[in-house]
Design a binder for this molecule. Structure first.
Ligand code: RM4
Ligand code: MN
Ligand code: MN
Length: 421
């Protein structure tokens, strides 16, 4: 029997003694959803090199097939975010046309649905000085048209999420007029916003630097929030956990946005230095727990429950030196563990300690939950969901990785860098 599963009865007894409603906790864990990104299944690299991985997915069909394996193992990853044009169906078929409806059907056959649509307005030569903030109207038009195409693709594939990240910014003081760029940004976003159907949400991502090094047009959550507020209720902020200056209190941003009804979603990943896109929860598991602590608290508060319920949880990672499937499953397990721990916080005791000014008593409410070994609980949840208690072991014993390595082979390493798709 699985070791963690064997430890469940003792943990259940301990948690029940702490007053935890185990059935409610397990129900929440079963209802959790995490979206995986198509680009996490393919080869990707740093600025310096892309190392080819045996069997790495080469097109959207292979990416979806791999994502389906992750969903079958974890039970909580039924949707996949796509990047346009990296995931154009035409790039995998011989017909050379994009049949998005067929792609939707292919995903459904795999037990999946297409999730967030990510326009790519950063990989064309014309975008050297920006996309929707570019000084030339013709370039802005091209970028807006691409975003509008992505909205239409979303409608065809049944996705209600438009996830926007811009590489716009400047490298040198004086290079462009900062306020003029802000006006172009709002004008372009407004056009895209008006093109969205009523059920679609625009998630606006921010990032302090890179690829631009002097200023970024959407540098932080306040700027993304301002744009989202100006646009209207269908626009919200996307928090990529790797997109902050060092020392930033990300859970505070999360709490603030939840309270304003403007937290739209996450891009989960870990970072040590910059936008490292490492496996979520590997570098900073306590921060991830504190983020989930805010989400669980907001879900339990009638004033914020609606916003909390609609938050889109997405992984945004690039796996440069690690096995893609194993990395994705590990990411999902880390997100689950953070959520499970946050569900164990004794909120009544926490509120009492806060009200009484018991500074360290309040801290210990969080520490007690964080230090609980939730692996037996998660193994039990998987058992109850009809899954293997250890998804990583199940992946290894399935032989899937060896099978795709044999079938797909290894891409020729050409010294390319960045995201070849
Ligand atoms: C950016 C950002 C976006 C992602 C691109 C590839 O840094 O995180 O979300 O789509 O990278
Ligand atoms: Mn991101
Ligand atoms: Mn990023």
């Amino acid at each position: 029997m699985d070791n963690h599963l064997a430890a469940y009865p003792a943990l259940a007894e301990q948690l029940a003694a702490r007053g935890v409603d185990l059935e409610a906790v397990k129900a929440s864990l079963k209802a959790q959803r995490v979206e995986t990104p198509s680009w996490g299944y393919g080869d990707s690299g740093t600025r310096f090199q892309t190392f080819a991985w045996p069997g790495a997915a080469r097109n959207i069909h292979e990416k979806l097939a791999d994502a389906a394996v992750v969903h079958r193992l974890t039970g909580i990853c039924p949707t996949v975010a796509i990047h346009i044009p990296w995931d154009r169906p035409a790039l995998s078929g011989s017909e050379g046309v994009d049949d998005w409806l067929a792609l939707k059907e292919y995903a459904a056959q795999q037990g999946l649905a297409i999730g967030a649509i990510n326009p790519n307005v950063f990989q064309d030569d014309v975008y050297k000085l920006g996309s929707i903030c570019h000084p030339a109207p013709a370039v802005r038009r091209r970028a807006v048209e691409h975003i509008r195409e992505c909205i239409a693709i979303g409608q065809t594939v049944g996705s209600n999420l438009l996830s926007l990240w811009l590489a716009d910014g400047t490298n040198y003081p004086g290079q462009d007029d900062l306020r003029a760029r802000k006006h172009r940004l709002l004008e372009s976003l407004s056009e895209a916003y008006r093109a969205m159907p009523p059920a679609m949400r625009m998630l606006i991502e921010y990032k302090p630097f890179e690829p631009a090094f002097y200023h970024t047009d959407l540098a932080d959550w306040g700027m993304a929030y301002t744009m989202a507020s100006r646009l209207g209720p269908q626009a919200q902020v996307l928090v990529d956990t790797g997109h902050h200056a060092h020392g930033t209190n990300v859970e505070h941003i999360v709490a603030f946005l939840l309270d304003e009804g403007k937290l739209g979603g996450f891009h989960f990943n870990s970072r040590k230095y910059a936008d490292d896109d490492l496996i979520v929860g590997t570098i900073n598991p306590f921060e991830l727990f504190l983020i989930f602590n805010e989400l669980v608290a907001a879900a339990g508060d009638p004033a914020t429950a609606d916003c909390a319920r609609h938050v889109a949880y997405m992984i945004d990672q690039s796996h440069n030196i690690e096995p893609k499937l194993e990395a994705m499953v590990q990411s999902v397990l880390n997100v689950q563990a953070a959520y499970a721990r946050a569900l164990l916080v004794d909120r009544r005791a926490l509120a009492e300690a806060q009200g009484a000014g018991d500074v360290l008593g309040a801290y210990r409410c969080l520490a007690d939950a964080y230090e609980t070994d939730v692996r037996p609980l998660l193994a039990q949840v998987r058992l109850e969901m009809g899954l293997a208690p250890d998804p990583l072991a199940a992946l290894k014993s399935s032989g899937y990785e060896a099978k795709i390595a044999a079938e797909r082979g290894t891409a020729a390493s050409g010294g390319s860098s960045g995201y070849p798709g």
